[in-house]
Design a binder for this molecule. Structure first.
Ligand SMILES: [Zn+2]
Length: 222
């Protein structure tokens, strides 16, 4: 994986592009994913109740490791991961992932949910907000790999319209880390959570790596 080129908010201020321009001739335009660790009250969303998520409670160093991990998973794609919200004056679309708290903060089971995102069956969700419940899991907010994978998984539902995949080691799968770090695997696999089913976009299989690349573009060299 390539290391992530440094990016500042100032850079996108000058860019001033509508991201997600439906991924045709837009290889130069980045898709933005904003990671919000400051805590936020959310309204009723796709599949969850209203509630307040507290700020991410891990250390500063752990947070930086999580951000670096998310950037690494997206390194081959034209995706910029931001840690500060783009200023309102910047007319740019971005997906938000709020990282903090428990699933039960928004009425969901802590046993079943590590995160939740709007998923519109293969379509890109503009300006969507996903939630990642960083306290969930045996190691909670200190589990860099798990929090990172949950962020990548939930954001990919929004920016790529990706479905769940029955592929161990794929970040869109439900299997945890028993096949190592969860990434976008460049292989066709059936869709599903625990049993095989047709993918949300009507296809019989999904290749998360190729599908995401077709939506957001690959960085040059990939
Ligand atoms: Zn999911």
């Amino acid at each position: 994986m390539k290391s992530f080129p440094s990016l500042t908010i100032a850079a996108i201020t000058y860019t001033f592009v509508p991201a997600y321009a439906e991924h045709t001739s837009t290889a130069a335009q980045a898709t933005f994913v904003y990671l919000n660790r400051n805590g936020q009250t959310v309204g009723t969303g796709d599949g969850h109740q209203a509630g307040t998520l507290p700020a991410y409670g891990g250390s500063e160093d752990e947070w930086h490791q999580i951000v670096a991990c998310v950037r690494d998973r997206y390194a081959n794609f034209n995706v910029d991961v931001l840690t500060r919200r783009p200023p309102a004056a910047v007319k740019v679309h971005y997906a938000t992932v709020i990282v903090g708290g428990w699933a039960s903060d928004v009425g969901l089971s802590n046993r079943d949910y590590n995160g939740i995102a709007p998923y519109h069956k293969g379509r890109i969700v503009l300006d969507g907000t996903a939630l990642v419940f960083s306290k969930v899991g045996p190691h909670g907010e200190h589990d860099i790999e798990n929090v990172c994978s949950a962020i990548v998984h939930e954001s990919a539902h929004m920016i790529g319209g990706l479905d769940h995949e029955l592929k161990c080691g794929d970040v869109m799968g439900y299997a945890t880390n028993k096949c190592g770090a969860r990434e976008f695997v460049d292989e066709d696999a059936p869709c599903g959570e625990t049993v095989k089913r047709r993918c949300g976009n009507g296809q019989m299989t999904q290749n998360s790596y190729r599908l995401l690349g077709s939506k957001v573009g690959f960085r040059s060299g990939y």
